[in-house]
Design a protein around this ligand. Sequence first.
Ligand SMILES: [Fe+2]
Length: 190
Amino acid sequence: MQNTDRRALLGKLALAATTALASRANAFADPPRCALTSEDIEGPYFLPGAPTRTLLIEPGMQGSVLELEGVLRDSACHVVANARVELWQCDALGRYDTRGTRLRTRIQTDSRGRWAVRTIVPGRYLNGDTYRPAHIHLKLHGPRGVLTTQMYFEGDPYNASDPWYRRERAVSLIENGREFRARFDAVVRR
Ligand SMILES: [Fe+2]
């Protein structure tokens, strides 16, 4: 083999090896850290103009306390500060307040993109002849518009049969003494 042919062959082998390594690296790559959060239906119960508050629990309200927090980022992984977060949910018995503002809020992320509310674990309600899994509705106001979505809870027996449930939007419900806590981080378009 002439030197020029040998160099060409080595070049091809090196290229093939590099390509193989690259494809293997892709196969085992972590999912993108700041993949956009998927949208979900708004549903029939959104009402604009909810009050600004972080405590949603009212005297006499049934259910388990839920400390819910999240961080809002954009698709470049930068936190989104001072962004409006609208949240609405049903009560522990699966009922929405369709006339007032119970279990509804409109807050803002802080300078580090964080938001938090103290609420209750939502119940389930019938949609047709089957229950929707427990979920909380959100409208996240990013720099490119509003992302309407829903968050779910891992392990809910009605997740699998729900047409809107997405596993990537299900969070762990962590027992914390007599209360629960959960964290829903989201990513909006930059
Ligand atoms: Fe709902």
